[in-house]
Design a protein around this ligand. Structure first.
Ligand SMILES: [Zn+2]
Length: 118
């Protein structure tokens, strides 16, 4: 119904909450609301709901209750900064996968069109 309005609200809210959690992360006291592990300084996070919007509605909560700071918290996110409210804890399994993109050498680019006649 008022999906758009709600999203605008949420956006404003995350922008308000983010600096708070950012300070917590930097102080090393932030805990992910999804996996309950610490969010270490430098790690990306998003603002998320402890009780999801869907679940909150199912419980008969008002929007205000759902978006109350007490129901919000930082969650690990690979897309930190977006603040879209989706809960994307990035720390399942605990271990960090050190996969990095390979750089491809392109030394193959030596060929030249033979435009010189001599
Ligand atoms: Zn987490």
């Amino acid at each position: 119904m008022t999906e758009h309005h709600r999203e605008a609200d949420w956006f404003a809210l995350t922008r308000k909450m983010r600096p708070l959690y950012d300070a917590q992360v930097r102080a090393g006291v932030a805990v992910c609301i999804d996996c309950h592990r610490p969010i270490v300084p430098g790690q990306r996070f998003a603002v998320g709901h402890r009780v999801s919007v869907k679940e909150g509605k199912a419980r008969g909560w008002t929007k205000q209750q759902i978006n109350d700071p007490s129901n919000l918290g930082p969650t690990h996110s690979a897309r930190g900064g977006k603040g879209d409210g989706s809960r994307r804890c990035n720390e399942q399994g605990g271990g960090r996968i050190g996969g990095r993109a390979r750089t491809t050498k392109q030394a193959e680019q030596k060929r030249r069109p033979d435009w010189r006649t001599w």
